[in-house]
Structures are given as C-alpha cells and as structure tokens.
Write a protein that binds this ligand. Sequence first.
Ligand code: 5GP
Ligand code: ZN
Length: 147
Amino acid sequence: MAELVDARDSKSRGGNTVSVRVRLPAPYTKKAVYFMNADCIFCKIIDKKAQATIIAENDDCMVIKDIAPKAPIHYLIIPKKHLINLNELSAKDAQLARSMLLLAQKVSAQLGTIPFKFVINNGKEAGQIVFHMHAHFLSGRNDHLSV
Ligand code: 5GP
Ligand code: ZN
C-alpha cells in the first residue's frame, strides 16, 4: 500500500487531476519517492494497483505488454516517475532516460538481439493517448521497421 506523503494540484500543468506524492512499496523503495498521479493508469500499473504483464523492470522503469498490440511484439517502456511526456523531462531525469534506452536494448537482447522500433508519441497531436511518458518497443513486423 502506497503511503501518501504530499499532495499538489496539477491544474497549472494542464492536467485536471490531483497529483500525489507516494512512497512506493518494496522493491521500489530503493529509489525513494516518485511523483505519481492518482488517476493515471500507468502509475497504477507501476504501483501494482492495476494488472499488466511485466516483461522487465529496473529501478527507474517498467516494461509491460501493450494491452492492444500493434505488432507481434509490442511492449511499453514506462518510467516509474510520472512525467506527462518528453516536454517535462529535465536534466535531473538523465538516469531515467538512460534506463529507458538500456531496457530496450536488454529486452531486445533477451529476444535474440532482434530488430525493433523505439517510438515515443509526444503530445496528443502525435498520437499520445496515455499522458504518462512511455516508449513503444515494436518488433516482428517489417512494415514497422522503416519510418
Ligand atoms: P500512446 O498512444 O499514448 O503512445 O500509447 C498508449 C498505449 O498504451 C497504447 O498502445 C495502448 O494500447 C496502451 N494502453 C492503454 N491502456 C493500457 C493498459 O491499461 N494496459 C496496458 N498494458 N496498455 C495500455
Ligand atoms: Zn502516471
């Protein structure tokens, strides 16, 4: 059960929900406190309050199967910190960004160093529908392998 330690209004950032600061249960306690969004499906998955098929995980990110796959292999690489998208990323999130890329490399290696596409839909007009930053790991379909 996540412990509520702080609360703040996210309206000023364009959201219509209240962001809460939670202390995550083990094994996430190692990296201490992340900002979570109470109404965010990916925050719920990271907090194990919603179900997902977990493929891999490190201190900063989780990799899950996409619920509606658009390729034979379609995973989502999700930072544990709630950032709306890349626009919110700052220099202090460098480790998180590095983790996302290294997890993509690791997942590919585990599957036999398969070719894959790493996609971030950044903003509604770019096709983003879940406003918790994430990358798509897509593989197994040739028409996904050229931009
Ligand atoms: P976006 O368009 O925001 O880049 O992609 C969001 C992705 O999240 C979509 O491919 C969608 O199928 C996936 N998705 C949305 N809700 C859930 C969910 O509850 N569980 C999982 N595993 N994937 C989800
Ligand atoms: Zn979130």
